[in-house]
Design a protein. Sequence first.
Length: 373
Amino acid sequence: MTVHDLWAGLPKAEVAQKRARNAPRWQRRWREGVGREAPQRKQAYKEHQKAQAYQDDANQMGLPRAQAIRAASVTVGTLLDRHLAAKADPGSSPNTISTDLHHAGVVREAFGDRVVTTLDTTEIEIWSRRPGLAASSRKKQVEILRAAFKRGVHDRLVDADLTDGIVVSLGHVERPYWHSGELMAVIAATPKVADKALLGVLGLMGVRSGEARSLLVGHLVDGRLWVRNSGSGTDTTKTRASRRRLPVPEAMLPWLLEHSYGRPESAHLFESPRKPGHPVGKRYVSDVVTRGVTRANAGRSERIARINVHGLRHTFAAIALSEAGGDILSVSRALGHSKPSTTLNEYGHLAPAGLEPLMARIDGLVGGNGTAA
């Protein structure tokens, strides 16, 4: 299989006419079979990269006389397509898929038609620092581009990852959360057992709002809560790590047991009071938080700030790390993060700092068992 330039050797005037007509320039030629007697086939293309891509595919399949992949033909768009196709998972959350496609589209708009050999790290780094866009979005776009480059390096389509060394700093943004006393004051001021249980699942267990709204009565088994659905329109969780089994804290287990007693296992654990058979909506959960804060602040000198529903997840992380002294790995598993580094980036500043707490715990373990030198 070969690729030919049909305009090669033509006079400039004729080339200009063909360009004006948007005529095909590149032709792919191959034989269907082996040997000179095999019938020859031809196909013309306007883009060199498309013609070369077919040749590259033939090379990967080991077809006779196929040329090796040429770096000059590989575009960023080709790397993105290969990465997204390899990453595609039917079980992924629609929100995750949509987000990845959106950010990949931004990368494609900037560099999709560029042949990789015409790019350099400096140009990508300047692009990664463009103003007017949230750092989190720029970071995600660089990560997708980096993943595409790394796959290209692995597959020997390109020589190097041009994003190597590029870092988009998010900086530290303090997310609002409650300490344990504030959370328990809000729960204590909430009259309904179902709502107490809901606040406990969110604030004392770190379950996402969508996950909590998708829980069934049958997911509460032997003092543990199975998180199996993200509530985003699929029958699974956001990531594989999000599918988890969480021990229920003793302080809130009675609320869950009382609320679920006698109800069928297939019923929603937090059922809508207005739509029987359906889970509570996002607005309901937000209203539970608002009402709880309002009641807790009645007659309170030091008022509790209103936080949003997702703030309860941050509350769990803050309590687990800064008050309970939990380790990053355990808190990451409880939150359902796919990587502990995600937890470290978000909440690492809340973990006990320095070596003193670690050494104190070690000293507590060995006690007086040591011997003097």
